[in-house]
Design a protein around this ligand. Structure first.
Ligand code: GLN
Length: 456
């Protein structure tokens, strides 16, 4: 009840949700009755989870923030959602996002702009801005987002919460509406590292409905929080941490750099050995990402033709029905991505753009591999600035894309990364949070969670 009250009070200012469930209390009461009957409860019993609206939920609309899917309710739950429900979690509602995950502020949602709880004149980040704001304002306990190029980590940084992007393949993508399939992952938000880790554990694992989901064993990420000795003076003794040099270059706000450097000192006090490491291909990540993500999206979004799903614009003839449904259904950022991607994939340009970007992706993967052979974890800011004003970058797509510099490389390499608050810069009524990004080796989320938990 307290969460629902806060949700209702905050919602007119924040607009985090596109849909709120009307059965939350009834579900909670059912759990109370189970307790009275001494029935066993799942590990997520009573946990209020918000779900990004590009993740399918059987009993609630799932629009991906797009008019093209207005009024669409999927016939099934995404695997991650099914698992949460089976473990007793209660889905509190669907959160706002940039249309199909394309954006960094939630301003590209077809329905509403979400505000940052730290300063409602600012963006919460994106594309999972609704999920980050909802956790930050305690409208729910934890939430799911998706991260194709930073959409869990950058909003976590802007909203001062923990955001966890798992290794590609750790969590099933079944029921996640595809943006760029080779980069997309479902990720977790929480107010603490432990909460994000417990949620990740709940949704991880192989799924026969997603051929790219990994068969690797899922360690019990939550068990380690209990066994850790936080009173030791150097609990992280010997851990090798690489501070990525290229992420502290020009173009990064000085307040952000100094918060990250202070965090590095704190890690050193905890026993870590910190060295600067260079990833020479780092700056190539952004152009490679935008070519690959747009290319994949131009193919994935062809399914929204007004026939198979959602909204259909009536027309006399099939081709105009397709064209009108898309013209009215898609927003301008989505159209820009589809056009860019179609161009990059077209005969004559394919070699110069798509193929080249794939080659760059391999170079980036190798440079991360080398750096992670020598270090346990790499660290960097999560974004070059703290949350900026609503409207500030809305009409300048390139400036907005440039803000993804810290996060996109991680998706290109398929690695896990966790963002957690590490300081503040001036701004807003109470300062604005800055996020520290920790990047680990593939399938080593356990180590990220351990280090972050001790750091926190
Ligand atoms: N901002 C990036 C983009 O627009 C990342 C989005 C995401 O991770 N879904 O593509």
């Amino acid at each position: 009840e307290s969460f629902l009250t806060r949700l209702r009070l905050n919602e007119p200012h924040l607009r985090s949700f596109l849909h709120v469930s009307d059965s939350v209390l009834a579900q909670a009461r059912e759990l109370d009755e189970k307790i009275q009957r001494n029935e066993e409860l799942g590990p997520l019993a009573g946990v209020l989870v918000a779900i990004k609206d590009n993740i399918c939920t059987a009993e609630m609309p799932s629009t991906a923030g797009s008019r093209v899917l207005e009024g669409y309710t999927p016939p099934y739950d995404a695997t991650a959602v099914r698992k949460i429900k089976e473990l007793g979690g209660i889905v509190v509602g669907k959160t706002n996002l940039d249309e199909f995950g394309m954006g960094s502020t939630t301003e590209a949602s077809a329905y509403q702009v979400t505000a940052n709880p730290w300063d409602i004149s600012r963006v919460p980040g994106g594309s999972s801005g609704g999920s980050a704001a909802a956790v930050s304002a305690r409208q729910c306990m934890v939430s799911l987002g998706s991260d194709t190029g930073g959409s869990v980590r950058q909003p976590a940084s802007f909203c001062g919460v923990v955001g966890l992007k798992p290794t590609y393949g750790r969590v099933s993508r079944f029921g996640l509406m595809a943006y760029a399939s080779s980069l997309d992952v479902i990720g977790c938000f929480g107010t603490s590292v432990a909460d994000a880790g417990i949620l990740l554990h709940a949704i991880s694992g192989h799924d026969r409905l997603d051929a790219t989901s990994s068969k690797r064993e899922v360690p019990d990420f939550s068990a380690q929080f209990v066994s850790m000795n936080l009173l030791e003076s150097k609990p992280l003794k010997g851990l090798r941490i690489g501070l990525i040099r290229e992420t502290l270059d020009d173009g990064v706000d000085t307040g952000v750099t100094s918060a990250v450097r202070t965090a590095a000192l704190h890690l050193e006090e905890l026993g870590c050995c910190i060295t600067e490491v260079s990833l020479p291909s780092f700056s190539l990540g952004l152009p490679a990402y935008y070519i690959l993500a747009s290319s994949e999206s131009s193919s994935n979004l062809s399914r929204y033709d007004g026939v198979k799903y959602g909204n259909q614009v009536a027309a006399d003839e099939l081709n105009s029905q397709y064209m009108d449904s898309r013209a009215k259904g898609f927003g301008s950022e989505v159209k820009r991505r589809i056009l860019t991607g179609t161009y990059a994939l077209s005969a004559g340009y394919y070699d110069a753009y798509y193929k080249r970007a794939q080659q760059v992706r391999t170079v980036i993967q190798k440079s991360f591999k080398t750096a992670l052979d020598e270090h346990d974890i790499l660290i960097s800011p999560a974004a070059p600035s703290a949350a900026y004003k609503i409207g500030e970058k809305k009409n300048d797509p390139l400036a907005m894309y440039a803000g993804d510099i810290m996060t996109v490389n991680v998706n290109l390499a398929g690695l896990p990364a966790l963002v957690l608050p590490c300081g503040f810069v001036d701004g807003g009524p109470a300062g604005l949070p800055v996020g520290l990004q920790m990047i680990g080796a593939a399938f080593d989320e356990g180590k990220l969670l351990k280090v972050a938990h001790i750091f926190e």
